[in-house]
Design a protein around this ligand. Structure first.
Ligand SMILES: Nc1ncnc2c1ncn2[C@@H]1O[C@H](COP(=O)(O)OP(=O)(O)OP(=O)(O)O)[C@@H](O)[C@H]1O
Length: 279
């Protein structure tokens, strides 16, 4: 059985508020004039620390953009973004890179494992780059939790897709980031590996106190979260606490039914659900 380990009480800057990340009046637009696309339209959001938050919404509704802006991977057009107590809007590139490295973990669909390193080396790579020594007890706990014992000396090419994904998750968790952002983390997995991954993410929140934000299209995946945020046309239009897959699916169907039809001239809404500014 895995032993629960309490996460350290302080993060990169020593601050530990109940909110792990937040945005106020966040606007992100691409292009200008006729072709301007407003991907995020004055979004206010708070991500609770130690909780599992899912972001859902139709294709083009702004889910990835929201995640990238909250994680400091993308600049914003307007509004403010914080990671914990630290405002990241306006931070210079160097400081932002360091903040991402020290305080944020990422799990993307492409696992981005280095092929020449074995599983353990991949897991500890971010800490090696940052010149930090892994906390041994923590690392062992993470490795046991992701069930990678016996696979640590294998290179990515010698691991299954599910195992590679677990290495990517272990890499994100091992550095004890304040917050992990996961973009469709089960998107490339078969349903069994996907369910395993989601159970693991859930356990990391319950047992390790991790904070996770996950973008997903899948109501079953969203049901592993504590709270689902629904985006449409670059705005948060609804949320659900303690979701079930049935309730999430039902909500998605109702939101889709409420969405304007292509051709309805509501604020110049594009046919893919994207809000376009009226020029
Ligand atoms: N680099 C970019 N340049 C121009 N437009 C962009 C860019 N990135 C995103 N967009 C637009 O912003 C809107 C939101 O995109 P985003 O990728 O956040 O949506 P999403 O909800 O994550 O979609 P999906 O579920 O299809 O991944 C879309 O209309 C998209 O076309």
């Amino acid at each position: 059985m895995t032993t629960a380990v309490t996460k350290p009480a302080t993060g990169g800057n020593g601050a530990r508020s109940a909110v792990a990340a937040s945005a106020q009046q966040l606007v992100k637009s691409y292009g200008s004039g006729e072709t301007r696309v407003v991907a995020l339209d004055h979004v206010d959001v708070e991500i609770a620390r130690g909780a599992f938050t899912a972001i859902m919404g139709p294709s083009g509704s702004g889910k990835s953009t929201l995640m990238h802006c909250l994680a400091g991977l993308d600049s914003v057009t307007g509004g403010r973004v914080w990671v914990g107590e630290q405002e990241i809007t306006g931070l210079k590139d160097k400081k932002l890179t360091r903040l991402r490295r020290d305080r944020i973990g990422f799990i993307f669909q492409a696992f981005n494992l280095l092929p020449t390193l074995d599983a353990l080396e991949n897991i500890t790579l971010p800490m090696d780059i940052a010149g930090r020594k892994p906390d041994k007890a923590w690392l062992e706990n993470v490795i046991a939790t992701v069930n990678l014992d016996g696979r640590l000396k294998h290179r990515p090419s010698e691991l299954s897709g599910g195992q590679q994904q677990r290495v990517a998750v272990a890499r994100a968790l091992a550095a004890q980031p304040e917050i992990i952002f996961a973009d469709e983390p089960t998107g490339n997995l078969d349903s069994r590996s996907g369910a395993e991954m989601l159970r693991f993410l859930r356990r990391s929140v319950d047992q390790l106190g991790q904070t996770i934000v996950m973008v997903t299209h899948d109501p079953v995946a969203a049901a592993y979260s504590d709270r689902v945020l629904y985006l449409a046309d670059g705005r948060i239009v609804d949320e659900m606490h303690r979701p079930t897959a049935e309730a999430v699916l039902d909500k998605m169907l109702r939101l889709a039914a409420d969405a304007p039809e292509p051709g309805d001239d509501v604020h110049g809404t594009a046919s893919n659900g994207t809000y376009r500014s009226a020029s």
